[in-house]
Design a protein around this ligand. Structure first.
Ligand code: HGY
Ligand code: MN
Ligand code: MN
Length: 411
């Protein structure tokens, strides 16, 4: 396999796909044995590419390439190594492995850069285990919150205990943070996770910004009862109340040009012949502006309160995550655009990211830009996620050229 080629990057995605806690799609969440194995494997590849690899104080896998002087700033390249349950093999992974390959290419061509490079495989972007997303990138951005230590996973393990079990020291999480005055910016390559590039017949695109998101855990509380004996007029069926909200999420978000998804719903006690007394369900809400996102949430909440009142239920809300909409930095986005142009596309497509990325958290540290790569039929967060090898080859060329364009602008 040619070093630093698309073929090698894709073969490495296949290797990481075997590091999984489940067999039905990939599952690799934060502070698990799979996380440790993935970091170790990626660390070996970082070393091979000439980076000095280490695992940071938050469990992110990092590799650094020295700059021309000890005072030289760093350009960060990366994406994430964790996955949702039932994941494919490219979301986050491809961008991390491309970053390593691009460093290998730059070294092979003897590029003299005016900055060092730090490649980061972020440890928790998806938030699968503790509900709060972007933990790895928040640690690097220096925005880790003390309140997160008491977050619990579905088995009741706190984030603090999971940190210790993984061999990390909660008191040292601040060591993962980078000093903003020493950072040039952040570039991330990622599959699009939507169909727009494919529909437009494009392999690559320049990201304009990332939608703002909020995530909630919602609860409808009524009263369990006998599925036969209890007359309709006396029921307090929590699932019927929650169902009204699920329908309203689509209607209100769609009508306003936002996107809302209820991805998880559990009815208790969960028996065929018992009226559901309590329902827990999630809400993921996104929009191009925070104002629109918040307005749609207000409407959903109002609808839920009305549905609850009509059925004599209680409605409870716990907000797990809020990320503001962010825009890319024009100079870095121009470098990504120049990178794509260098591959023969004279007018690269620009598109908004509807998916969240580590770049949203890193935006609190420094400027960012992103390169999107076409994925098959827009499928992502699914085991059938797929990319074309020739697109990845173009993406590597474009990403390498983008780093050189940042170097030109910086120099
Ligand atoms: O959910 C997201 O947008 C991202 O893939 N974590
Ligand atoms: Mn994802
Ligand atoms: Mn991702």
């Amino acid at each position: 396999m040619t070093p630093f080629s698309a073929g090698e990057v894709l073969a490495r995605c296949d290797v990481l796909a075997t590091i999984t806690a489940a067999t039905d799609g990939i599952e690799r969440s934060y502070l698990t044995p799979e996380h440790a194995r993935a970091n170790w494997t990626v660390g070996e590849w970082m070393d091979e590419a000439g980076l000095t690899a280490w695992q940071d104080a938050a469990g992110n896998q990092r590799g650094s390439l020295k700059g021309p002087s000890p005072e030289a700033p760093v350009l960060i390249l990366g994406s994430h190594l964790d996955t949702v349950p039932g994941a494919g093999r490219y979301d986050g992974i491809l961008g991390t492995l491309m970053a390593i390959a691009v460093v290998g290419r730059l070294r092979a061509r003897g590029a003299a850069l005016p900055f060092g490079i730090e490649v980061i495989g972020f440890a928790d972007e998806e938030g699968t285990r503790f509900g709060r997303t972007l933990l790895g990138s928040c640690a690097v951005a220096g925005t880790w919150q003390e309140s997160w230590w008491s977050l619990r996973d579905p088995h009741g393990v706190t984030l603090r205990d999971a940190f210790v079990a993984f061999g990390l020291d909660p008191e040292r999480v601040g060591d993962a943070a980078l000093d903003p005055s020493r950072v040039v910016g952040y570039l991330e390559a990622h599959i699009e996770q939507g169909p727009l590039l494919q529909d437009a017949g494009r392999a690559l695109g320049v990201v304009e910004g990332i939608m703002g998101a909020r995530r909630f855990e919602l609860e409808m509380i009524g009263e369990a009862g006998h599925a036969g004996g209890m007359p309709y007029g006396r029921r307090r069926d929590a699932l019927l109340g929650a169902s009204e909200v699920v329908g309203a999420v689509e209607e209100l978000a769609r009508g306003a040009g936002a996107i809302g998804t209820v991805g998880r719903l559990r009815a208790f006690p969960g028996a065929m012949n018992v009226i559901p007394g309590r329902v827990e369900f999630s809400l993921d809400l996104r929009a191009e502006t925070d104002q629109l996102r918040d307005q749609v949430w207000d409407e959903i909440e109002e609808t839920a309160l009305k549905a609850a009142a009509a059925r004599n239920l209680a409605f409870e809300v716990s907000e797990l995550h809020a990320a503001r909409a962010t825009a890319v930095a024009p100079t870095l986005a121009s470098a990504v655009e120049a990178g794509i142009r260098a591959t023969g596309d004279p007018a690269p497509m620009r598109l908004m990211s509807k998916a969240g990325h580590d770049a949203m958290a890193i935006a609190d540290l420094c400027d960012y830009a992103m390169l999107f790569i076409r994925c098959k039929d827009g499928i992502s967060h699914h085991r059938d996620e797929d990319v074309r090898a020739d697109d990845v080859e173009l993406a590597l060329d474009a990403f390498e050229a983008a780093v050189l364009a940042v170097a030109d602008a910086h120099g």
